[in-house]
Write a protein that binds this ligand. Structure first.
Ligand SMILES: Nc1ncnc2c1ncn2[C@@H]1O[C@H](COP(=O)(O)OP(=O)(O)OP(=O)(O)O)[C@@H](O)[C@H]1O
Ligand SMILES: [Zn+2]
Length: 756
């Protein structure tokens, strides 16, 4: 039995008189509390005493033996707590009971009224129902036992008269504008109308409402079922077509599409999906972050009109996640687009798993249970016999290595169907007076905007300045909970910790020496935006970072603003580096390439290469494009290979270095974090653990405990032990050693880019 929510790494034994199945959820007493347990195996009565299972939580068994195997594999390979791994399969909260109905759409069916699912099953059997459903001859609907938590309502304006009747009205210019606007968008809140038309008062809206020309309608606020669509392309290029063919011909195992930015990977996925969908199976489409989805969703809606497409990610309300989860396990979704959490939904009829931007660090879960969703996807494909397609322009070194070694079937896309790869240029900051935006860069920006094109400006960090320092004594203001310098945010005039969210007004004096000579140094997105706006007051500059965009709706709005060319310059963090496809981007500027290269991780070179290539790749998709990379180290191998779009070159040197230093793929890299309230205790336990590991684990290189770059986080002191394991079999031994000392020890296996 795996205990839900438990940080423990082992399962427990319970007994029960009645019938239960593996994978079923039950209620048990654990340490005096009623908690949910997952049955992971069933055996005859053991010798030792066991507690009874209170009752089954639900009759239905959602997890199959393959799911259980997948969970156990994750536990073993990531040394993750078993209960938390099982929790990943389910949405938060207690599942709602539902009854299903089959609704006929087509008149050829043997029934014309809606039927209860149980009756329909008797009449035709499951296979037949699913077949008719995929032919869109019937629909399945659920009614839930109790009302789902109601969503907030919003009032939307819409036209109440036909277009013909509108023509006969006598309208003022403003009223006409309002009506034209509503004709184009169908529905909008009064506020949106006022903003769009720059109305000073609401009275013209009120007048139209009183006359009955327009009306207010209540609607649920959640408008994520957005209507934004992007038309599908007609035909694949011959390069794309041959990749598609090769994959379809050998449609099993893992395929890897190495495709330069803008080479049309997404369109190839779509064509492969089409085939799977036409055979009545569903597709899981995995993306690194929810932020990638609005534009992708618009493209999917354009390419697959009429298909059931849903998004699933952890930003959603629990109620919404639950509804989508139930639809998914009931086989009612054709295409499920989601982040790593979507991978775990126990869908039975998946026919294809796509993992786009495979290299992205968001696929690794940084909070327990840690796991790498790409590896889990590959394993899931293997266990369920589902083909898996991975894709990226900048593969993760380890995976490209495996692809070359024949573990995955490798395909390449090296040309852009539209536009060209951008010209890349280095701006050597050593010769420049201004290290943020030198005048040559400003000139390029101006030139691009004059041509009517848009500019992306990438900055590694958000905020105005990175740190505030006392010019008198050198004291740097830090977060009291974390050992991190506070970032100055000019807009709200606060100092903020980007790790724990702590904020404080800027002090007037240095707390150490009392001097008033505090100054903000370094820079982030807000500062860059500020500088650009000062230089180009007439241009529309939009900032995109976690500060200005905190939910998917805001993100979609921002993307639409880029699409409609309402923003000339877009300043952003990693958020703008990923997967976006806008034809009018004529210039991309990477403000601070060095900052990414010099992060303290073994794979920082890889991360830097990825970010620089991905962000440059946003340029030149329609118009002729350019990318400027600003650096103090123009000779750095990452800069040089990125500049030449030379992934292969980068890969080969990187592999050489990793081989010498014995980093992955030449070892399993394990990071053990010891966290304690007291600094001395943290240090003591870290050394004890180190000695113990060194004594017991032979096929490994164990590095002495170090104080990490972030020495204190969320109020706890930290030490890290790094381990290069040369024999994967030894993982279990490491686990056993840790089990002796589980409290305050966290462990990450082959995590990517996330260590700090
Ligand atoms: N065969 C084609 N004919 C015409 N246009 C195409 C074709 N294939 C792709 N495109 C267009 O080229 C652009 C880039 O394609 P897409 O977004 O699929 O590339 P990608 O490889 O997924 O890019 P990235 O990795 O940078 O996200 C899109 O606007 C797409 O519509
Ligand atoms: Zn903090």
């Amino acid at each position: 039995m795996a205990i839900s929510g438990s940080p423990l790494r082992s399962a427990f034994s319970y007994h029960y008189e009645g019938e239960l199945s593996i994978g079923q959820r039950v209620v048990v007493d654990f340490a005096g509390r009623n908690v949910v347990g997952y049955i992971t195996s069933i055996s005859s009565k053991p010798q030792f005493k066991t507690k009874p299972i209170s009752r089954p939580l639900e009759k239905q068994v959602y997890l199959t033996p393959a799911d259980i195997t997948l969970a156990k594999w994750t536990v073993e390979n990531y040394l993750a707590p078993i209960g938390k791994v099982f929790d990943l399969f389910f949405p938060p909260g207690k599942l709602l009971k539902s009854s299903s109905f089959v609704i006929p759409i087509n008149s050829e069916l043997p029934f014309s009224e809606p039927l209860k699912m149980s009756e329909a099953l008797k009449l035709m059997g499951r296979e037949q129902i699913l077949k008719l459903k995929s032919q869109r001859k019937l629909k399945i609907l659920h009614s839930y036992e109790k009302k789902l938590p109601s969503k907030r309502k919003v009032k939307l304006l819409k036209l109440s008269l036909s277009i013909k009747a509108l023509e006969d009205l006598n309208l003022t210019t403003i009223q006409k504008k309002i009506i034209d606007y509503l004709l184009s968008v169908e529905k909008a809140t009064p506020k949106e109308v006022m903003e769009a038309l720059a109305l000073k008062s609401r009275s013209p809206i009120e007048t139209l409402l009183r006359r009955g020309t327009i009306e207010l309608e209540e609607e649920e606020e959640d408008r994520s079922d957005s209507s934004w669509t992007i038309d599908a392309i007609e035909d694949l290029t011959s390069e794309q077509e041959s990749v598609r063919e090769a994959i379809i011909k050998d449609f099993k195992g893992v395929h890897y599409i190495f495709g330069l930015t803008g080479s049309g990977k997404t369109e190839v996925y779509f064509k492969i999906m089409e085939r799977v969908l036409n055979r009545g199976k569903s597709v899981s489409y995995m993306v690194p972050e929810v932020s990638l989805t609005p534009q992708l969703m618009a493209r999917i809606r354009g390419a697959f009109p009429g298909r059931e497409v849903r998004v699933y990610h952890s930003y959603m309300s629990p109620a919404k996640r639950q509804r989508i989860w139930l639809d998914a396990v009931n086989d009612e979704i054709d295409i499920l687009v989601g982040t790593r959490s979507a991978l775990w939904i126990p869908i039975q009829n998946t026919g294809l798993i796509i993992v786009d931007e495979e290299h992205d660090s968001s696929f690794y879960q940084q909070t327990p249970p840690h796991y790498d969703a790409v590896e889990v996807a590959i394993k899931k494909g293997e266990l369920y016999g589902i083909p898996v397609v991975l894709g990226s322009a900048t593969p993760r070194v380890e995976r490209y290595f495996r692809a070359k070694a024949g573990e995955f079937k490798l395909h390449s896309l090296l040309n852009r169907p539209v536009g060209q790869l951008p010209d890349l240029e280095i701006r050597d900051l050593r010769n420049s007076k201004d290290y943020i935006i030198p005048s040559e860069t400003l000139g390029e920006i101006e030139k691009t905007v004059k041509l009517g094109h848009q500019v992306f400006v990438f900055v590694h960090r958000k905020g105005f300045s990175n740190y505030v320092v006392c010019a008198n004594c050198g004291n740097i203001l830090k977060c009291p909970n974390c050992d991190i310098s506070l970032t100055y945010h000019k807009h709200d005039s606060v100092l903020k910790c980007h790790y724990c969210g702590y904020t404080t007004p800027p002090p007037s004096k240095c707390e150490r020496c009392g001097s008033a000579a505090l100054s903000a140094r370094g820079f982030g997105t807000e500062r860059v935006e500020h500088e650009l706006q000062k230089r180009f007051p007439e241009l529309s500059i939009m900032r995109m970072d976690r500060e200005t965009i905190s939910n998917p709706d805001q993100y979609e709005k921002a993307l639409r603003k880029i699409e409609s060319k309402d923003a000339n310059i877009i300043v952003g963090t990693k958020m703008i580096a990923k997967g976006l496809d806008f034809p009018n981007i004529g210039l991309v500027v990477v403000i601070d390439a060095d900052r990414i290269i010099n992060l303290p991780n073994y794979d920082s070179a890889e991360t830097a290469f990825q970010i620089i290539s991905q962000i440059s790749g946003r340029s030149g998709r329609g118009v002729h494009g350019k990318a400027i990379i600003q650096t103090f180290e123009p000779e750095h191998r990452v800069i040089k290979t990125a500049l030449e779009n030379d992934y292969m070159g980068f890969f080969e040197t990187e592999v050489e270095i990793r081989k010498i230093l014995k980093y992955p793929p030449f070892s399993t890299f394990i990071e053990i974090v010891v966290e304690k309230e007291k600094e001395e205790q943290c240090e003591k336990e870290a050394w004890e653990l180190f000695n113990c590991i060194q004594e017991n684990i032979k096929a490994a290189e164990v590095l002495e405990p170090v104080v990490p770059a972030v020495k204190k986080l969320f109020g706890k002191y930290r030490m890290k032990i790094h381990l290069k394991l040369f024999d994967r079999e030894e993982l279990e031994k490491v686990l056993k050693l840790l089990q002796k000392n589980p409290a305050g020890v966290d462990i990450l296996v082959n995590s990517n880019g996330g260590s700090f």
